[in-house]
Design a protein around this ligand. Sequence first.
Ligand code: NAP
Length: 291
Amino acid sequence: MSILIDGKATSDRIKGQIAQQVKEIIAKGGKQPHLAAILVGEDGASKTYVGHKEKACAQVGFKSTLYKFPADITEEFLLNQIEAINNDSDIDGLIVQLPLPSHIDENKVIEAIDPNKDVDGFHPQNVGKMMLNLPTFLPATPYGIVRLLQEYNISTKGKHAVILGRSNIVGRPMANLLSQKAEFGDCTVTICHSRTPDIEYYTKQADIIVAAIGIPEFLKGNMVKEGAVVIDVGITRMPDETKKQGFRLVGDVEFSSVEPKCSYITPVPGGVGPMTIVSLMHNTLKAAENK
Ligand code: NAP
């Protein structure tokens, strides 16, 4: 029998704390923190994520501005918009919702964002600072996971963490944070990816598993050792006619077979997703305070 890690309740609690801090800033005559988001194209999941971020801004008392552009804008146009937002002193944080249409170079776009407004923590300067354990904006999903582990008093010290996935936004920063000489780190980390043979060999040894590959129910109960902590990052929309939206969200973990074996587990939805959003709010408040 495992303990369900409630990302929704945890994120609501942290949002309440951020909202209180915003009230105090404003009571002292400070400026309302302001997050800008750029959304290019009509991707349904991206629209949903941006919608969640706008809603969270309203909940914590931030101002938010959404810049919506059609999928056929040029890269140059987008870079010019980013420059204008960089120069807008009212805006504290800027996120560009990924993925972008294939004719736009994501790396160029990320590098164009002012590192002081890069609340997603994707700019190379901020990634470098994270690697060196210097103060910076930590990428929202890995930071949200670290917060969850802390909130549930799950010790990471000396534990073997196996990360499934090596993306720049989840897998690799996650591996970096958990391996750092820090309160939330001190793990021995293994990263698995699509070229890793016999993934089971690694997951069976893991004290902590972070699954971030985007394959529904990839991790099964027979791949997990008794008592492991399992963090499910995956979000895939699976067609489901019984749902109003026509789909349901499925994680990378087969909950029914993994849950009875592990000590802690995050659900999908309601686990890592809400923590990603609240981490973004945390980073935006930090950006506003840094000014
Ligand atoms: P991504 O950029 O597509 O990366 C997927 C990673 O999984 C890659 O490193 C890939 O390996 C690896 N992989 C693919 N198939 C594999 C297999 N059969 N065995 C082992 N590794 C395999 O994905 P991402 O952006 O990191 O996102 C991963 C999942 O998390 C997605 O479902 C996404 O929607 C979700 N997500 C959730 C949140 C949240 O807030 N909950 C935030 C971000 C992402 P290679 O590098 O070898 O290709």
